[in-house]
Write a protein that binds this ligand. Structure first.
Ligand SMILES: [Zn+2]
Length: 287
């Protein structure tokens, strides 16, 4: 069956139609225009699905920018604020007359990279988004592993330092408070008094900044490896463009892993911004 994947972002809604073999047949995007409100977004997504589908049958998956309550399928937090607490899945299903799948962006990223990206051919893939926030998704034999309460893979809020920096989630010392893009940028400002975006800092990083970053990255991902022992870790998000993550970063992770043969591959994504739509499209297989 053909598959439709929709990536719902804060500024644009992107959609693809894949054929039964996963090849891209059609693609389109429309602006989200969240100022028009929730109903308008439901209509735009539904219209895009109908347009991509044409007269053929296709499964539909949607990648959303926030966590989804597993009991109600309503979005719990999202930077597209008008979506919060709305029954987005049900409303789109009503509008287009078929069942759909919905997952957060980290799970879609992990699924896409595991199916057709950097993790293709590997059984257990841990997908990491290192950006404004930190997310993660676990894919086992081509399926997203959700866990009992749908938090599997959410490594951004595991504790690196019990008495460490305050995190917006209410805890202290979370990984996100140290190695997310904004955390790395504010640490750079603390050390130098200057403001730069993380990819610019990484071009010529101050030694102390880089050492801390590598140490925190090493501890954070080694914790994941010690528990999950994935076949491969794939990195996405803006911070994943820091080249030294794949040399010094990998070395630091392996230093902290509890194994004499620490050699888990840690690689950059290959699908770029398309991971959201492709992951969403592959979700359809699980309906
Ligand atoms: Zn936190």
């Amino acid at each position: 069956m053909q598959k439709i994947g929709i990536d719902l972002g804060g500024t644009k809604i992107e959609g693809v139609l894949l054929d039964a073999n996963g090849n891209e047949v059609n693609r389109n995007r429309v602006p989200t225009q969240q100022e028009d409100g929730y109903r308008a977004i439901v209509n735009r997504i539904s219209d895009l699905i109908v347009e991509l589908k044409g007269s053929s049958e296709a499964s539909v998956g949607i990648c959303t920018p926030g966590a989804i309550d597993p009991k109600t399928s309503r979005m719990k937090n999202s930077n597209t604020v008008c979506l919060i607490d709305q029954p987005l899945k049900e409303d789109i299903e009503d509008k287009i007359g078929q069942n759909i799948s919905m997952e957060n962006d980290a799970n879609c990223f992990a699924l896409a990279e595991a199916k057709i990206g950097a993790g293709k051919g590997h059984s257990v893939v841990f997908g990491v988004i290192l950006g404004t926030g930190i997310g993660g998704g676990i894919v086992i034999n081509g399926n997203i592993h959700h866990g009992r309460t749908h938090i599997a893979g959410e490594w951004g809020h595991h504790t690196l330092f019990p008495n460490g920096k305050k995190c917006y989630c209410g805890q202290t010392g979370c990984a996100e408070a140290y190695i997310s893009g904004p955390a790395l940028e504010s640490r750079y400002t603390e050390l130098t008094g200057e403001e730069k975006i993380v990819t610019d800092i990484a071009k010529d990083p101050p030694q102390k900044w880089k050492e801390e970053f590598m140490d925190h990255f090493g501890i954070a991902l080694s914790n994941v490896i010690n528990i999950l022992d994935p076949d491969l870790i794939v990195l996405g998000g803006g911070v994943s463009n820091c080249g030294f993550l794949y040399s010094d970063g990998v070395e630091s992770v392996h230093k902290y892993v509890f194994s004499p043969i620490a050699d888990t591959p840690i690689v950059q994504h290959t699908l770029g911004d398309s991971a959201g739509v492709y992951g969403a499209a592959w979700l359809g297989e699980s309906i």
